[in-house]
Design a protein around this ligand. Structure first.
Ligand code: NAI
Length: 477
């Protein structure tokens, strides 16, 4: 079989960009991305796409209506497809067994049942969602138990390693593509079919093929190892603040060791999109009766929580231990720059703590919609009184209006535009003493201190503004 028709179930942060790149690199293949959500598909078919990724708009515009389609007609797309990507969400379970840790596979299961109900010809089903090890077995069980006579399936694992904010770049030039499949002749054939799609733009040596379980576990392992690096440097940032060392200097010094390497050693406010996958890994380890392994990875998550709590506590403490009635500006709400995604964003944690302490919040993010911010902050897991939150939170269209009259500014996302703001102007319009808490270590702290700001950041002690020092040189904020 030569794949001519691809269907992708799930038009999200992974399904949308991945299939747009496939359509752009394989013009002879028809790619249809389907979703249950009518709104999401309408957005994919509009001028304003539902997600922001640098470079995505151009690709979608070039291929949409030619060999790239976004549709709610799931049945038609499944019937036509030779190969189906399952790219649906796998959030953390919020109830029942494994609540708060295990991956909720209800959407993956729903997708598998839909395929089984609809398919009338052989399909290669590709698990792109991040799933627990041996999820492919469950998908196969569903497909086999429900399939039409004469229809056969091959299940592949093809986890996605893209990072939001750089999705298109990551998809165009991946470090590797990983494909896991059955070690049978049919399994190997299916792997080859998927390889031939990626080989349109990725050198064969960068396409790694493994057995299904190695592929599934590798995705969780990669995220766990990345998160571990961040938690490690964040733990050291606390030591830096307590001793006078500078975590940026430490990161450079250790990153120059080729066994360690320089990437992913940026200390920050904490929070990342890895949490749900590591929670899932911890849960799997517990289920496999490996409590020591589970505890080891749990500590990576705990350190991430500690970092967020530590940072927010510092904000409250610096503002004379009370933020009640004070106006605090959050610059940035997305979990990282160049995306509008707020899932697991540290800004939510910061906002919640400050709201609990009675602060009024002014929030500005270049790409997150007002409705999303209010949705996140009024979610039942975050607040008990949505009306109260709505009274205390105001969303602004730019950084200057958001900081006007504020007691403090907290940098929650490392958007480039925050680096080049006119901080003299911002200082003039703020209440005094004016505070900046740089949770992302992106600002020129010396310049801010010279302007007159009280500045706090992660992993480094900073001097007070000159005008407030009682004696020179030694005082710290
Ligand atoms: P998402 O929440 O943005 O998109 C998932 C979409 O699937 C939603 O639009 C939902 O309506 C749709 N959906 C659910 N069930 C469906 C069904 N039966 N039929 C059709 N559509 C259905 O999720 P996202 O971020 O794209 O993640 C997808 C998977 O990829 C997850 O397992 C995630 O862990 C993994 N992943 C995500 C990355 C990221 O940076 N967002 C990176 C690498 C992997």
């Amino acid at each position: 079989m030569v794949v001519k028709n691809i269907c992708c179930l799930g038009a999200g942060y992974v399904g949308g960009p991945t299939c747009s790149v496939i359509a752009s690199k394989c013009p002879e293949i028809k790619v249809t991305v389907v979703d249950k959500s009518v709104t999401r598909i309408a957005q994919w078919n509009s001028e304003k796409l539902p997600i922001y990724e640098p470079g995505l708009d151009e690709i979608v515009k070039a291929r949409r209506g030619k060999n790239l389609f976004f549709s709610n007609n799931i049945e038609k797309a499944i019937l036509e497809a030779d190969l189906i990507f399952i790219s649906v969400n796998t959030p953390t379970k919020t109830f029942g067994n494994g609540k708060g840790r295990a991956a909720d596979l209800k959407y993956v299961e729903g997708a598998a049942r839909m395929i089984a109900d609809i398919a009338k010809s052989n399909k290669i089903v590709v698990e792109k969602s991040t799933v627990p090890v041996r999820a492919a077995e469950s998908i196969m069980n569903i497909l086999k138990a429900n399939n039409e006579p004469g229809v056969s399936y091959q299940i592949l694992s093809n986890p996605e390693f893209l990072a939001e904010g750089t999705a298109i770049q990551d998809l165009m030039h991946p470090d590797r593509v990983l494909i896991g499949g059955e070690e049978t002749p049919e399994g190997q054939l299916a792997i080859e079919e998927l390889c031939s799609i990626y080989e349109h733009w990725i050198p064969r040596k960068s396409i790694l093929t493994t057995n299904t379980w190695s592929s599934e576990l590798s995705k969780l392992a990669a995220n766990a190892m990345l998160a571990q690096r961040i938690s490690s440097i964040n733990s050291l940032s606390a030591v830096c603040e307590a001793t006078g060392a500078d975590v940026s200097e430490v990161a450079v010094a250790i990153g120059l060791d080729s066994r360690i390497g320089p990437k992913f050693l940026q200390a920050s406010i904490g929070g990342s999109c890895f949490q749900k996958d590591i929670l899932n890994l911890v849960y799997i380890c517990e289920s496999l009766s490996l409590p020591e392994v589970a505890a080891y990875w749990q500590q990576v998550i705990d350190m991430n929580e500690y970092q967020k709590t530590r940072f927010t506590a510092k904000v409250v403490q610096s503002l004379f231990n009370t933020v009640s009635g004070k106006n605090i500006t959050l610059l940035g709400f997305a979990f990282k720059k160049n995306t509008g995604d707020t899932r697991e964003s540290p800004a939510i944690h910061v906002a919640k703590t400050l709201l609990d302490e009675g602060a009024s919040l002014n929030i500005y993010d270049p790409k997150v919609e007002e409705s999303q911010i209010l949705y996140d902050l009024t979610h039942p897991s975050i607040c008990e009184s949505p009306e109260e939150v709505k009274k205390l939170v105001k969303i602004y269209p730019d950084a200057y209006s958001a900081t006007n009259g504020a007691h403090a500014v907290v940098i929650c996302t490392e958007w480039d535009e925050f680096v080049t703001l006119d901080y003299r102007e911002i200082y003039r319009s703020m209440m005094k003493p004016a505070y900046i808490f740089d949770g992302r270590k992106i600002l020129d702290h010396e310049e801010l201190i010279n302007i007159g700001f009280h500045v706090q950041t992660i992993g480094k002690r900073l001097p007070r503004p000159l005008s407030t020092r009682m004696w020179s040189g030694t005082a710290v904020v």
